[in-house]
Every structure is written in C-alpha cells, then in structure tokens.
Design a binder for this molecule. Structure first.
Ligand code: AMP
Ligand code: ZN
Length: 432
C-alpha cells in the first residue's frame, strides 16, 4: 500500500536525478541565510559548484552548535512573512534549536508522515490516538496532520494522563497509537493493574518514536498488546517524525530520500562509512524552504543497509534502528536532556557545591532521573526546613529549564566520589 505510489516506487537512477536537482535548489536557498552565506564563503565554495551528488562531501557539516549560535534567525532562508510555524527540540525551552517552516514545508512534512502511516497499513477506518505531547515538540503536531490527511479519526490527547488514555481506548475503539516505547511499557502495567488486557481494546498497531529501544523491549510490548509495531525516526531539525520509517518487512527504516540525503560518517574523522558500518547519521534536507539544512550531524548512531531493494517495492535506503548517540545527550521520558543543561542550573545556585551526579533508572517502567547534588559547605546549617526548601527550589529550576520533573537528593559536601580526570556524571541503570 502506497500513499504516493509513483514516488515511493521510484527507481534509484531517477531518484538520484531528483535528489541532485533538489540539492542544487536547496543549496541556492540555503545561501540566502546569513549562516550558510558565511559558511560557504569561509569554505570558499559556491553552491553552483556542486554538480553531482558526490560533490556533496565537499561541503562542510552543520552541527547543533551552529543552530544554537545562529539562534534565533541566522538560518532563516526566506522572508519572515512566509514562515507559518516554528518547532524546537524536545527538552529545550525554545531557545536553542528552533526550526522554521513555510506552508510548503509543513505540507511536505505532512505528506511524508502520511506515507509512513500508509506504509504501516493505516487506513481511514482507523482511530488514531496520538499519545505524544503537543506543542513545540514535533511528535504531537507532526503525526497529527499526517493522520488527518490520511483520513483517520484523530484523538489529539497528547502525553500522560494514563487513566484517560485507557478510557479513550475503550470509548472510541482506538486502533492505532503513537507512543514512546517506555510509555508503552508503563501503560501496560497500568492496564494490568486495572484488571484489563489487550482483549479489552481494539489496538492493532503501535507506532514508536522519540527514543531508542531494544528488540527485547519491542518483543515484550508485542506480547502484551498483541499488535504490530513500527519504528519511526526523526528529529526536529529535519521536521520531526517521518524521516525514516519501517515498512511491513520490519527490517530497517526506509529513509525518504526524495526529501533527505542520508550519509553515515565516522564521528571522529568525518569520513563516509560504507553500508553495514555503524556511524553518525548525517542528513541534508531536499525539500525545505524556510530552513534548509546541509549535512546536518544528528549525533545519532546507526548503519545503512547495503541492499536498496525491499520486498515492499520501495527502493529507498534503509537505516538500522538507532543504536546510540555520539554525544552525551540523554533521552528521559522522550525528552532530550544534556547533562550540561543540568549543570548550568545547579551551578547558578549558591547553595550548591561543585559535585553532582545524574542517576537514571526505571521505576514501574517509567524513566526516573535523580539529581544527586552536594550542597555547599558554607551554606550547610543542617536544618531540615532549609534543606527541604532547597530541594524544592532545585526541582523547580530544573523543571523550568529541562522540562522534566526530577528527584533531587541533597548530599553533604564530599559525599559524592570526587572527579579524577573526566568526571563520570551519569549513571544510567535503565534497561532499554
Ligand atoms: P527531537 O528533536 O526532540 O524530536 O529529538 C530527536 C532525537 O530523538 C533524535 O536525534 C534521536 O536521538 C531520538 N529519536 C527519535 N526517534 C527515534 C527512534 N525511533 N529511535 C531512537 N531514537 C529516536
Ligand atoms: Zn520496505
């Protein structure tokens, strides 16, 4: 089943021609942003010198740091009047990595998501409950519009409020959900506690996204819900969900190469890696007006499949599941967190000492982040009320900045292992 059969079954040769044509347009567009004008100038390269897909590797990479530095408008490549929406990375409070979209961009993104849903076997008869949060994060609105375009009945319930989610399964006969794998595990616990099981629902399909998970987790979820599952990869910089998606063959995710050029590189040397080798995924947008991104380093680690043909009839290259990160970004309950963000919050507080630790575990299948922090010797009077207030304050500040509720454990000065060399700040006990 295809949404756009002609393009989805395009042959490699035709696809590459289309990619080159679109790449050249993208580069021209990019060059009208301040950031890329300067980048191309500094690299002494003109967009029109890129004459083949191979030439792409002559262009410098774009990084998340570039996005931060050019905030808010340095990468905008169109007249601001043409922008109709912005999105941002999950976990940021909006400042650092904003992405602009024109109506054309949103239309293109919606179409990709619709393709994904049709590839998974969704039809207008399905009832789709979107359990990802709405707002700047792309998992909400991204899937939403694709599902509407397909004609499913959409329940835009967002994340959390588990009892109500389950109620809706029953009231509306939900057949498809979009959910993080960790939330799916937790949800199952709640379902069991209520004395219910998969037999009480009409769920038939789970779409997973936003965080890494293992085959073992997938098997557990399939067993509990008796559903098909589909892996959905994306990142806000590249629109959001719908960059790559599994087909019925359940063997890798097709990258929509008419919209993205995918490369896998050695994160150390930046050299291209052959299929089968795990490295950092690098993506170039081919169909975006407001904010084209060229050779964007995702920091996600995965490998490309050698074979481009697939039993489903698509010839788009397949990407493995994401096996890790090339940086220290953590994904906690679907929200991106950098330890440096936590550190920034802590170090602004005079009551806090210099040593801290982040402890991650799963409690009843839900991620929990505990921040252990030494209090400053000078500020320590040992009064319980004072400590409680400090804990609340830290929790509040962290929530404001990283958008996550954390446990905070205050420690006496010197209680945490002192750093010798590279500090080990994160202890991740989660089994994914
Ligand atoms: P955001 O920009 O907030 O949507 O976060 C994007 C990041 O979430 C990606 O760079 C990945 O690290 C992670 N991510 C998204 N989808 C998946 C997936 N299907 N499997 C593993 N990680 C994912
Ligand atoms: Zn396929």
């Amino acid at each position: 089943m295809y949404w756009s059969e002609e393009i989805e079954t395009i042959g490699r040769k035709e696809l590459e021609k289309l990619q080159l044509r679109r790449l050249r347009t993208s580069l021209r567009r990019a060059a009208s942003s301040r950031f890329y004008r300067e980048l191309f100038q500094n690299a002494a390269i003109k967009p029109e010198e890129i004459r083949s897909l191979k030439d792409l590797t002559r262009l410098p990479f774009t990084t998340k740091a570039d996005l931060r530095h050019s905030y808010p408008g340095g990468m905008l490549a169109v007249d601001p009047e043409k922008v109709v929406r912005i999105h941002a990375s999950s976990g940021t409070t909006g400042q650092s990595t904003v992405v602009y979209h024109t109506a054309h961009d949103l239309d293109g993104w919606t179409d990709l998501v619709t393709r994904c849903l049709v590839m998974a076997g969704c039809t207008p008869r399905d009832i789709f409950q979107n359990m990802m949060s709405y707002g700047l994060f792309t998992g909400g609105l991204g899937l939403h519009y694709g599902a509407e375009r397909l004609g499913m009945m959409v329940i835009p319930v967002g994340g959390g409020n588990t009892d109500r989610q389950i109620q809706f399964f029953r009231d509306f006969g939900t057949t498809v959900i979009h959910i993080t794998p960790s939330y799916a595990l937790h949800l199952n616990d709640v379902i069991k506690d209520m004395g219910l099981s998969h037999r009480d629902f009409k769920l038939r399909l789970l779409i997973f996204g936003a965080e890494p998970y293992s085959e073992a987790t997938r098997a557990k979820i399939v067993e509990a819900y008796r559903v098909d599952t589909y892996n959905c990869y994306g990142l806000s910089e590249m629109n959001g969900p719908g960059v790559a998606f599994e087909c019925g063959a359940s063997d890798g995710m097709h990258v929509w190469e008419d919209n993205y050029i995918v490369e896998v590189i050695d994160p150390e040397s930046g050299e291209s890696l052959p299929p089968g080798k795990i490295g950092e995924v690098v993506l170039t947008t081919l169909n975006r007006e407001a904010m084209p991104l060229i050779r964007y380093r995702t920091r996600d680690l995965a490998f490309l499949y050698e074979d481009t043909s697939c039993p489903c009839g698509r010839n788009f290259r397949r990407l493995s599941r994401i096996v890790g990160r090339a940086d220290d970004m953590l994904i906690v309950r679907g929200v991106n967190v950098f330890p440096s963000q936590v550190e920034q919050v802590l170090m602004k507080l005079p009551e806090v000492g210099t040593n801290y630790q982040l402890l991650l575990d799963r409690v009843e299948n839900l991620d929990r982040m505990t921040v252990r922090v030494e209090i400053s010797g000078r500020m320590f009077h040992g009064e319980v009320g004072e400590l409680r207030a400090l804990r609340k304050k830290i929790q509040h500040e962290l929530k404001e900045q990283i958008l996550l509720t954390t446990e905070v454990e205050l420690m006496e000065p010197g209680a945490l292992p002192p750093s010798r060399g590279k500090a080990k700040r994160v202890i991740d006990n989660r089994e994914i």
